[in-house]
Design a binder for this molecule. Structure first.
Ligand code: SF4
Ligand code: SF4
Length: 90
């Protein structure tokens, strides 16, 4: 599937350990990336400073839920929250 417009779940729910312009220590889980625009587009999509991990997250139904609509976004946020908890180093 294609990454859904106006979602941004991948840019909010997971933690990112790499530096992001404006977030030099990376991004904690559940915090909106400062590079995520109001319209949920990445403002540094084609910039080499965009973390590699961002490009590694590919849209797929298992993670994203429904292709369109708010239900899919809520599904994705919950899925990514669970993934974050399951992979958190303790
Ligand atoms: S959860 Fe899926 S649709 Fe939403 S931003 Fe990530 S890849 Fe795109
Ligand atoms: S850098 Fe772009 S793709 Fe990566 S989390 Fe931030 S807004 Fe999303």
């Amino acid at each position: 599937m294609e990454c859904r417009a106006s979602c941004g779940a991948c840019c909010i729910a997971p933690s990112i350990s790499s530096a992001i312009p404006g977030m030099p220590d990376g991004k904690p889980a559940g915090v909106r990336c400062v590079q995520l625009a109001e319209d949920f587009r990445c403002m540094i999509f084609n910039d080499p400073r965009r973390p590699l991990v961002c490009g590694g997250l590919k849209a797929r139904t298992e993670m994203c839920g429904a292709e369109k609509g708010l239900a899919g976004r809520e599904f994705a946020l919950a899925y990514l929250d669970r993934l974050e908890l399951a992979t958190r180093p303790d």
